[in-house]
Write a protein that binds this ligand. Sequence first.
Ligand code: TEU
Ligand code: CA
Length: 539
Amino acid sequence: STKQKWWHNAVVYQIYPRSFYDSNNDGIGDINGIREKLPYLEKLGISVIWLSPVYCSPNDDNGYDISDYYDISPDFGTLNDMKALINEAKTHNIKIIMDLVVNHTSDEHKWFIEAKSSKDNKYRDYYIWRSGDKNTPPNDLKSCFGGSAWEYDATTNEFYLHFFSKKQPDLNWKNPQMRQDIWDIMNYWIDLGIGGFRMDVIDLIGKEVDLKIKENGPKLHEYIQEMYENTLKDKDLLTVGECWGANPDIAKLFSSEDRHELSMVFQFEHIMLDQNGGDKWNLKPLDLLELKRVFTKWQIELKNEGWNSLFWDNHDLPRIVSRWGNDKKYRVESAKMLAILLHGMKGTPYIYQGEEIGMTNIDFNNIEDFADIEAINAYKEQISLGYNEKDVLKSLRTKARDNARTPMQWNDKANAGFTKGKPWYRVNSNYTQINVKQALADENSIFYCYQKLIQMRKENPIMVYGDYELLLPKDKNIYAYKRTYQNKTWLIICNFYEHNVEFSLNGTGKILISNYENSCTDLTKGKLRPYEAIIYEWI
Ligand code: TEU
Ligand code: CA
């Protein structure tokens, strides 16, 4: 029943440009570095690059604080480099989607500089101001990066809102002129030939601060529909909204075709399963039954309406092989298992740079090893609340965003071949074993598993459109599901842990992909080795 779209069988690859590849040896990855690696990405088979922000930015939050949406940060190159990237990528059958960060700007953006200068400046209302006594914020809304969401500004004796750092003031989406300026930015990039947008924390733009509503505010969908009318309409772009507060009903509001909003959203329910409550630093072990429940809910709920995105990793999350795989004894097996488990589902898969070679979390010994504002603020806050430093460092090591942001490991030479200069951030010391050169030379590498999964998706409508059904729902070790389409059935079966397990289904399986040699084909007496994962055609 779904109308087919080009992005239904696409696989997206996320690039965090600062850490991808440095072409001029200043230690910072850049746009020309991405251009050099386009043949590598074409070989992997991806159709889309989601490029984390490359706009001008003072880098309080590594580019998620934008000071000019129309130009490129000198760290990354020039606007001409960017135009060349967009056009060159097309010759490799790759579209570029830009990160659209418009919940907030940098405090160094000209709108904010104007807004701050006086209460009657014409940009004042582009941001959210409230009066209050210098030492008493207007209310107790909190910033995601710790502390109050309100910052006192002495020039005009008022507070402004910032849901992230105080250098990221929130825009006031109630202002129609502000919204028009955002549509102009979007149309500028659309006209330069990009393939779409990833929209940063887009579910925050309908906030009602006096009611303390952050996510999913009353006017959110009205704004998105207005955006569609003014920018996306008739353009056939891929749009994906980052929505930490999404449940399936909300995702359908965003992604049902007849509502004219977005292609899909990123939901984070699975990502929050190894934490207690809303606090990512409060660790708890993953329960596989919960993971099965959450994924299955999303697969079923968006079966006929809306569209799923599928991801384990991004620049805000620890490395999946270290998180829910086994990055020691079974790194290769478990990385492939996680790939097969996710890519077998219905939706558009996203791969985060380095995931395709099984890059791992990094060792952090003390707080000086962290670079990210979120980690540094969380450390200060938790220490000041009296938490034990050992415990604080343990949760940072497990969850810090820095895990994802170490330089891409290209080869076993100095700095993993990322730069000949001094890398802006630490290289993981395991680069001599884990790197692209090694992966390309080994026909059994994680890379070729991803390559094959991407190819299978292009060739098999069942992988794109087949119905999903969970099997063995009570099994605590195995994640198994089937896909059915027209007269075909596929079985995807994964051992999530490091012990051998057995299962009993029926019939015979023809192996389409497996992370082991000689996987069993008699499904009445099934056996799986540590982290074994197989996609079968089910006969
Ligand atoms: O992330 C939104 C967001 O809520 C994250 O800060 C999240 O809470 C945290 O990373 C989980 O650990 C987006 C971007 O992806 C992130 O990089 C930015 O820092 C943030 O927005 C602000 O733009
Ligand atoms: Ca550089």
